[in-house]
Design a protein around this ligand. Sequence first.
Ligand code: SF4
Length: 352
Amino acid sequence: MTLALGMPTVRGAAPSTEGRPEHVGLVDRFGRVARDLRVSITEKCSLRCTYCMPEEGLPAIPREDLLTAAEIARLVGIGARDLGIREVRFTGGEPLTRGDLIDIVRLSAAAAPGVPLAMTTNGIGLDARAAALRDAGLSRINVSLDTIDREHFARLTRRDRLPRVLAGLAAAASAGLGPIKVNAVLMRETLADAPDLLAFALDHGLHLRFIEQMPLDADAAWRRDHMVPAAELLSVLAGRFALTPVGRADDPSSPAEEWQVEDGPATVGIIASVTRSFCAACDRTRITAEGTVRSCLFGDDETDLRGLLRGGASDRDIADRWRAAMWNKQSGHGIDAAGFAPPARSMGAIGG
Ligand code: SF4
């Protein structure tokens, strides 16, 4: 059975597993094993970044279609216990827009003891909830911040809310949610701000990573010849800082390549998602806010788990369908392939 959501193709039945070895984990046809789970919990956001959301926001997901806190925690538990998941990250949209976020974290921590729980956030509202999130079991946080120029921030995000992001960053540090990573999408409009952003990160003990923009914007305005490649960023940063390449320093499976800044120990990371794709080593699996498995950011073929969750299925049945979904993961984003078409869902509807 196939359910039409008006966007991706959503399978209500398990995809074929022909040729799949007896592997307990989330292996795919290319031999990759997914251990990093991204769970999108909402499509709502308090910003409207031009590379992500349309100005009017994404169409609202009916409340009854969103996974509940208990359903999310059950999937996190199945992932950790039965499928080899080693890290869970909550994304959106903006996770802080969800009123039951603390419950989601608390129940997930109980369902997957010992598995680090992280969150990617724009930081707005974090000042009020950072300590409660830590107490609920959140271990790490990534804050999205592309510039510390207030006017440029307001133009890029279509909201004048930089002070609220900075308040969120400060609260996360005070709550002990460090080391905090800051993710900055490389945009031509803010490229000249990159050295100031790096200086800010160094001053505040934040680990900054720049990310090449991918064609996941809701407005479909991305152009290969307009995007900022990692090499161009490096030449801009090199105008102010001495940078020494140190490879993938902290985690071999991390997509970020690191550069030591001045004499260290601080580093800056660059995630060259487009010009130096890391798809061949991808270890990610995604659950959307409506409870579908999305095996790849760019794969519009999704597999429904919500129907199983609400239909009385066993954990084993759910794990089997999740494995089948991942077995069919595509080889990579294919941005440079002839005939490439961006996915139906934008970044805000998938989770980063
Ligand atoms: S594009 Fe797909 S395969 Fe490549 S890193 Fe992203 S999720 Fe993994």
